[in-house]
Structures are given as C-alpha cells and as structure tokens.
Ligand binder design. Sequence first.
Ligand code: PLP
Length: 405
Amino acid sequence: MIAINDVSVFSGVRTPFYYYDMELFDKTASFAAALSAEYGIKIDYAVKANSDVRMLKKLASMGFGADCVSGNEVLLAYGCGFEPSEIMFAGVGKNDKEIYDALKTGIGSFNCESLEELSVINAMAGHLGVRANVSLRINPNIDAHTHKYVTTGLYENKFGISEHDFDAAVSLIKQSRYLDFKGLQFHIGSQIVRIDDVYALECRRAGDIVSYFENKGLEVRNIDLGGGLGIDYECPDKYPVADFRTWFSVIDSNLPRRKDQTVYVEPGRSMVAQCGSLISRVLYLKKGETKNFLIIDAGMNDLIRPALYGAYHKIENITAFYVRKDDTDDFVYDIAGPVCESSDVFGTGRSLRKSMRGDLIAIRSAGAYGKVMASGYNCKDFAPVVYSDRLSEAPVRIDYFNKNK
Ligand SMILES: Cc1ncc(COP(=O)(O)O)c(C=O)c1O
C-alpha cells in the first residue's frame, strides 16, 4: 500500500493529482549515487522520464549528469543547475534550432543518430565558430526482451547508427573540422528486467564495437550504455529502490574498459517511477452487462501508459484500506477514466476492496513517463503535483455536493 500515514492526508486535496514521495526519491537517488561512486560508473539521469524541477535540481546538486532528448530538456537541465559538460543531447530528430541552442549553450556531447545529423552539426558549429562534442549512438541489434514499443536497439527500430554506416561515420568525423569525437552510446530499450543476460550481452557487444572504432583510428573515451533498468510494477512496495547493484555489477564484469575510459548509464524510470502515484477519486460505480466499472476522475490524459502500451500499474483503493478497515471483501472491477476513448482504462478485472463514490484510488509506479506524457485531451485540466513534504501547498478540493454541510 502507498506509504502514507493515513488517507486523511489527502482528504482535502483536489483530484486527480500526482503524489511524489520525496523520501523515496531521495533514498533512490542516494543509493544510485553511492553505487555510481563504488563502481566508477557515471549516471546521466534521463530527463524524459520525469522533468520535475525539484527533482532535477536535487539530482544536479548531487552531481548527476542529464540525458536530454529535446532542446527544451537541454535548457531545463541547464537552468536546474546541471553542469553543461554533463548534459548530453540525444534524439533521432534534433531540429536546427535545438542544435543551434545547444551549440551556443555548450554541452557535454551530442549523441548523433545519423550521418546526416553529423554533417548538420559540423556545418552549424563552423557557422557559429565553435567546436561540437559528438558521440555516436549505435544500433547494436540486441533484443532487450521488453515491450516492442520500448525496444530501441534492433535494426527494425529507427534509433542509432547501424553497422553498414560505421566506416562512413568514421571518415565523416575524421574529415569534419568542427567535431570533437567523444565516444559511443548504446540504449537498447526500457523496462529491462532480465538484467543479467540482456545487459551482459549489451556490454560484450559494446566492447566489440568500441574496439572496431578504435581500430579505425577513433579514440573512444566515453562508453555510454543507456538506461532501461526495469522496476517492479506488480509489487511496488517489495523493492521500491530498483536493483542498481545487479545492473552495475553486470556492467563491471562484462564491459572491457581502460582507465582512461569513462562508462556512463542513463537511467530514467528506475530513478523516479516508484516514488510517484496518480491519486484519483471514484466518480461512479457502474454495472455493465458483464462487468463492474469503477469510473474514476483520472484518465488517459493524465497517465497514458496503459492505453498506449497496455502497461500494468498496481491500483489500490486507499480509502477502503484506511477507513473501512473491517470490510475486507474484494470485488472485481474494470477501472476506467472519463475520456471518450474505449482505451481509457487503467486496469481490467482487478480485485479491489469494495469501492464507493468518493473513494481515493492510487495508481502506483506512476513517477516515470506519467506526468511528462500527460495531454490536454478533452480539454481536461492537467493533474498537478503534490509533494509528500509539502502537502499543505496542495490544491484544495471543492466538494460541490456537500458544500453546505
Ligand atoms: C537514449 C535513452 N537513454 C535513456 C533512456 C531512459 O530509459 P529508462 O527510463 O528505461 O531508464 C531512454 C528511454 O527511452 C532513451 O531513449
């Protein structure tokens, strides 16, 4: 169950909202930082997972770098205090303005995904009279054994430079007057739970590709293995801090590296997912012909992962758990949002405590790819963030039905 003392902490808060457990966030960040120091593996936080300013400032102050995938993420990371040299700019489709702004800001590296992108960066850097640090994002053709929509390292995916372009990339970099080559980057997918075999394979393949580029005369100083460490969506309370130790030890044992090389990883989800829950209220109970529906006030506009990928999130009725403690009967519900789409469903056939209008529902593990993917679809309001250590600042609920009581 979500880590709160009592459901009354939320009773006056307007729903839906994202609740961020800042104690768990700090614990996760501190654990990752300690292991980063122990294994000598640098961490660039993948800003796309959650670009919350408080979190970014905290991570910047702890010495993490930032992995960004848009010009606005680069500017945000810069504004939140990340060292420019620790800001990486990845992404398969950087536009001219984004490249221009990043060149002017000065960043750690552009992770380039095509030959044409390299040429454009070289030309723009020349035009501005600056040098650009570049790394190559490689498509290593490795199956991450995860959902097909978050698999990124196969030849069928749009990401990275494939083997047939390696030699051309080497010549282009050698001929380019304004590019400083930094290293190679890999990222094979997200929500990877087969840590041992998948990451071991990635490391061995990365080692071979690093050797290939070095044999062609490019010194690979930085080896970036990307992110992807999975979390437990089914049992978020079992190990709320992700298994960074296994991840780092697999890298340590399987990636050949010299002392003058720096190894990076880019976790997003594993840093922030478990500290976030989407808190919603039951609006209506509805008996369908074959199902019981719980219609809640959060929708796919707030959290799109279930509709987009069929993603699983644990769902809890926290009012029933904390208030109607003696009524332990479970009922089976489909939990759906208010949006006019049949895919606006957070879970089907879920066993939940007997639920009533007004009950608070927690959709767990929503700290990553939650709020950042929210939309204004159906002209719905954007769910605000409520921090565990700033509950008194939460937006207040107006209870229309009971307002005269
Ligand atoms: C290049 C790159 N690095 C890092 C990440 C972060 O992945 P995750 O949130 O699974 O750790 C992503 C996610 O898509 C990515 O595309």
